[in-house]
Design a protein around this ligand. Structure first.
Ligand code: FAD
Length: 393
């Protein structure tokens, strides 16, 4: 059996590892655009903050791939898939035949402007190296020029708040929405975060849009509908987008992600998708979702490997994402997309220092955001997993 996996991140690598366990004789190949062996994107913020050495971000050694007899074709792009002849064509001209193909390609970081010096993105370990260099340069500037900006209001943008706060670099954050995380946070939760962040020296500009970054050779100014702001470093965290040209040309159904059922099977036989790129049917919340989450990607990689190898297994898990913003703990559980919520309930308040927002659809709790209320986590997770009616709680 020949298994080809496109994407050497946590979803693709977990799938390869599991396939090797199930089928010791199979040919397993991972194709990935990045040159690096598997590393943790989740640990990158700790590396940037200096609390973790770079080497500790790597989760596999070079020898691991050899020991597992997993062929590694890295630094190469999969350019086309021919579903009929079951062939993947790679940059450089090589063609790989497969019996089963897994797409674990996630997405490309959305860029705001050209890569002008002083503009930072944070997706890869190379981006983290570059950011460290920019932070060190910014530290060396005189007080007037030592200012940073952030474009975006979601998970990566708030990491930049932490980086700048740690180095006492004053900054301005510009986001289109009224509250963080695509507007998923209610105003009380946002108030808790805002007061903590602003006490650390940053200024938030909700409902503001950035139209340009200016500078001669390097960043000097950001142009927004609230005015122009002088700065010398800008962190951009406006999301990722999957490049679906490969999947579309192979005849796969794509929407925001590659559409799959709960078994992570696409509409084309013997082609599967897992991790951030999959728009899978989540049986727990009753709709198709795209999830950008490490544990989800890892678990999907392991689960899909079983299906790929012939033990058809449905994926089901209550997803959770936790982050810490300038000392405030924020946790997302389940489906927190407001557009798909019929009702929300709020527990706690900004005054009490903690808020839980509960999302309800079809009388069931489908998700929650917790700000400084970790104690609610286990109960809410269980409620979603067991599909308990909201009225029963
Ligand atoms: C800085 C940072 C912090 C994060 N923190 C958290 C956190 O605290 N908690 C959490 O749950 N999640 C976090 N995440 C998100 C988490 O890291 C992702 O959800 C997870 O890495 C997704 O894994 P994946 O395998 O689906 O995709 P990826 O890890 O992105 O891997 C996809 C791979 O596919 C390759 N690829 C794409 N197209 C092609 C092609 N055509 N040919 C060949 N190769 C291709 C890419 O080069 C890439 O290596 C964080 C992400 C970042 C960037």
């Amino acid at each position: 059996m020949r298994y080809v996996i496109i994407g050497g991140g946590i979803a693709g690598t977990s799938a390869a590892e599991e396939l090797r366990k199930i089928d010791p004789d199979a040919e397993v190949t991972i194709v990935s655009m990045e040159e690096h062996r598997l590393y943790s994107r989740v640990l990158l913020p700790r590396y940037v903050k200096g609390s973790l050495p770079r080497e500790r971000c790597f989760l596999k050694t070079e020898a691991w791939y050899e020991d597992q007899n997993i062929e590694r074709v890295f630094g190469v792009r999969a350019e086309s898939i021919d579903a009929g002849s079951k062939t993947v064509s790679l940059s450089g001209g090589r063609k790989l035949k497969f019996d089963k193909l897994l797409l674990a390609t996630s997405g490309d970081v959305l860029t705001f402007a050209d890569r002008m010096h002083g503009v930072s993105y944070l997706r890869t370990i190379d981006d983290a190296d570059h950011l460290l260099q920019l932070l060190n340069e910014c530290d060396a500037l005189d007080n007037e020029r030592r200012r940073a900006g952030i474009i975006g209001g979601s998970f990566i943008a708030v990491e930049y708040l932490n980086f700048f706060a740690q180095r006492n670099i004053p900054g301005d954050l510009f986001m289109l929405e009224e509250t963080f995380f695509g507007g998923a946070l209610d105003v009380e939760s946002f108030a808790i975060l805002r007061s903590r962040i602003e006490s650390e020296g940053a200024k938030l500009h909700p409902k503001s849009s950035v139209s340009g970054i200016r500078g001669k050779g390097r960043v000097e100014e950001v142009v927004t509908d609230k005015g122009n702001f002088s700065l010398s470093l800008i962190g951009v965290g406006i999301g990722i987008r999957a490049d679906h040209r490969l999947s579309r040309a192979a005849g796969l159904n794509v929407n925001v992600g590659i559409v799959t059922n709960e078994f992570l099977e696409t509409n084309v036989p013997d082609i599967y998708a897992a991790g951030d790129v999959a728009e899978f049917y989540d049986t727990l919340v009753g709709r198709h979702v795209v999830v950008g989450n490490w544990l989800n990607a890892q678990a999907q990689g392991k689960t899909v490997a079983k299906t790929v190898a012939g033990e058809r297994t449905a994926f089901s898990a209550v997803r959770a994402y936790s982050t810490n913003v300038c000392g405030v703990e924020v946790i997302f559980i389940g489906d927190t997309d407001l557009r798909h919520s019929q009702r929300t309930l709020i527990r706690g308040s900004a005054e009490e220092g903690g808020v839980t927002q509960i999302f309800i659809r079809d009388d069931r709790i489908v998700g929650a955001t917790l700000v400084n209320r970790n104690a609610d986590r286990a109960m809410i997770t269980e409620t979603i997993r067991e599909r308990v009616l909201a009225a029963e709680i």
